[in-house]
Write a protein that binds this ligand. Sequence first.
Ligand SMILES: Nc1nc2c(c(=O)[nH]1)N[C@H]1C(S)=C(S)[C@@H](COP(=O)(O)O)O[C@H]1N2
Ligand SMILES: [Mo]
Length: 337
Amino acid sequence: MLIYRRRPHDVSEADVTPESIYRSRRAFMGTLGGLGLAASFAPSAWAKPPYEGVGEADAPKWFAAKKADARWDAVVPADPSKDKTTPFEDATHYNNFFEFGTDKDDPAARAGQLTTAPWSVTVDGLVNAPGAIALEDLIGPSQLEERIYRLRCVEAWSMVIPWLGIPLADVIKRADPKSEARYVRFETLVRPEEMPGQRSRFGLIDWPYVEGLRLDEAMHPLAFLAVGNYGRVLPNQNGAPLRLVVPWKYGFKSIKSIVRISLVKDAPMNSWQQIAPNEYGFYANVNPDVDHPRWSQSTERRLPNSLFSPNRIDTRLFNGYDEVANLYAGMDLRKHF
Ligand SMILES: Nc1nc2c(c(=O)[nH]1)N[C@H]1C(S)=C(S)[C@@H](COP(=O)(O)O)O[C@H]1N2
Ligand SMILES: [Mo]
């Protein structure tokens, strides 16, 4: 997998950066490339990349301030030759967010009513610095950065989405985990008044939606907490105001509208594993060689697609993010699916 530095869409680096700085940055990034992700460095004056058909959204004041200081030139793991950014329209109208219904267009139709401000996240469990933290304070100490990631759903479709957020590791480090902490557990908001899917008596899920990661997975530089996408504040249907993005795992791990992050000793039972333990595991790493009991995982439908242009592509182990492989060294990925 290639790690590359993204360029603003409509200008080259050389256009906006004095040549000497441009050259030395290039050399600097070349070194960092070998290390995986780059450490943060001084924000550049590069322009925010424009996304077609994406207007400015009403956003909280803190978001606008953080966005002004964002790293649009962050190192992003994606393959620019193969991975075209999915149009905003598709990414915001073909969603899974069962709190708003089970159809792909339910979240776009119904999530608008969700109140996302004020928002606070409880960070608790095996940490030395627990607390209920206002979203702006959770994000505040970090610099926002853009990450363009592939998103591969367990249902065998995929997209490429530019997220705006911070490394999950930043939040975990600030909570100061105790030595017994081994896993991280995440919980989505429960608010049936605004989430019609939570009112259904026939719902599959025992709310809240829960997800989990091993602590070392959560600390991996690719694990990300998003507050925006396509250069704007996160649309509600994508999990506003705070959602997880774990690009090497099936989409259901990337839990939306998070209100609680807990450091725990044992692996948390995640919602989909609870519903169908033979179909959905705890790890849920993207793996073309381990089929879902009811369908193949060897290929995926990359959106946008149509009957005439099905856009079916090969699925890759860890969704192509090879740098996470060492997290699973020696593990039987068929057993730990
Ligand atoms: N709380 C919650 N988070 C969730 C889900 C959900 O139903 N509820 N669906 C998951 C699934 S199956 C996928 S594929 C992704 C979809 O994210 P997107 O709609 O932003 O593309 O969100 C994940 N996070
Ligand atoms: Mo999914």
